[in-house]
Design a protein around this ligand. Sequence first.
Ligand SMILES: [Mg+2]
Length: 278
Amino acid sequence: METNGILGNSTSIEILNRIERGKVHHAVLDFDGTISLIRDGWQNVMVPMMIDILMETPTSESLQQLESTVVKFVDQLTGKQTIYQMMQLCEEVQKRGGISKEPLDYKDMYNVRLLPIVNDRIAKLENQDIQSNDLRVPMSLEFLQKLTAYNIKCYLASGTDIEFVKHEAELLGVAEYFDGGIFGALREFEKFSKEMVIQKILSDFDLNGSELLIVGDGYVEIQNAKSVNAIAVGVVTKENNVYDMNADKRQRLIHAGADIIIPDFCEADQLLSYLLDV
Ligand SMILES: [Mg+2]
């Protein structure tokens, strides 16, 4: 089986495009939704906050109308730094005749609302009320261990603030596998994007696309991967949000150009033997 179909006879790994196998030496992974479930359900915090803010404008739209607008743009901007969702919120406020705050103020407001949920999970983790395994995407740690064993340099790139990403990666026991570095959102947001991380790896190591693997559950990183001809693995993890935002996740990752689709990392061995041709 070379292209377009299920890998092997009985795996859940879907092959969408023919790739050059056996070349990968570097891998960039997304964090939330790809490895970590610590922030799972964040949409349930961001969307109501934005609706509240838009309700304060002189708009005559109903709650349902505002909700559908918000859900749409939040979803489309997922994978980029959170600030971009807040920039769009400012635009939506202004469009409706309201006076918006600065995007950073909205982002701080969002972090304040999300923090209790995240901190509660972290506290449970630290008290061992839950195991780190429960807050990781299935077999993601083992996948990282296998990548490392194959001498593939790993990088973590997330749209979540860098200080949170570093802390949460430590808590989940995955930080040590990112020998290429951990990258995340900065207050000076122009200084970071997943695309910039990818470009730097390509130029630092003088790579061509097939030597770089990008793994993520958002179409931003999949698009970034395809724009440099890297190998893109889309992870169709299930997200816990009340807005049904991941209803067509698989379809959208395919649309963004994913070469391979997996539900999680339970079949890491089969995936790696295909990718690495071993
Ligand atoms: Mg993600």
